[in-house]
Design a protein around this ligand. Structure first.
Ligand code: FES
Ligand code: FES
Length: 165
């Protein structure tokens, strides 16, 4: 018999109670099919492509490799958290300006990977950005434009910080 669980998840600052799921369900499936946030994409389902990357307590993780039940009591952020009032955030705008996406399938994963990384490493060098993005797969862009976008966003955030001081 399949075991059912009642869990609650906090996603993008909002608590979702009364989620009745099977214990085998992954976080990405519950986000998409139970919470209704379909911005997180599912590619390989084996932890290889990174399309399903979300932030868990601020750290990028592959949501296809985590059971939803394991995320209970933790802060989950998905790509939907980046824009506010229909306005893209600076990272999303940089992806657009630098042509960091083509088909866009990989983009939510790269955005959340970069968001978590820049929070940890605001002074990241281009080489470090290259190293980080190598963990996710993009079949379209050739990666240079993605690196450009993250570098541009990081520079903009540093400049904004400098001006705020
Ligand atoms: S769908 Fe999770 S890593 Fe590919
Ligand atoms: S933009 Fe198409 S897979 Fe990355």
């Amino acid at each position: 018999m399949t075991e059912k669980l009642l869990i609650s998840l906090t996603v993008n600052g909002r608590r979702h109670d009364d989620l009745v799921i099977e214990s085998r369900y992954t976080l990405v499936d519950v986000l998409r099919h139970h919470v209704g946030l379909t911005g997180t994409h599912v590619g390989c389902e084996h932890g290889v492509c990174g399309a399903c990357t979300v932030l868990l307590d601020g750290a990028p993780v592959r949501a296809c490799l985590i059971f939803a039940a394991q995320a209970e009591g933790r802060e989950i952020r998905t790509v939907e958290s980046l824009s506010h009032g229909g306005e893209l955030n600076d990272l999303q705008r940089a992806f657009s300006a630098c042509h960091g996406l083509q088909c866009g399938f990989c983009t939510p994963g790269f955005l959340m990977l970069a968001e978590g990384f820049l929070a940890e490493r605001p002074d990241a060098t281009r080489e470090e950005i290259r190293e980080v993005v190598s963990s996710n797969l993009c079949r379209c862009t050739g990666y240079q434009s993605i690196v450009d976008a993250i570098e541009q966003c990081a520079r903009g955030r540093r400049e904004a910080q400098g001006e705020a001081r």
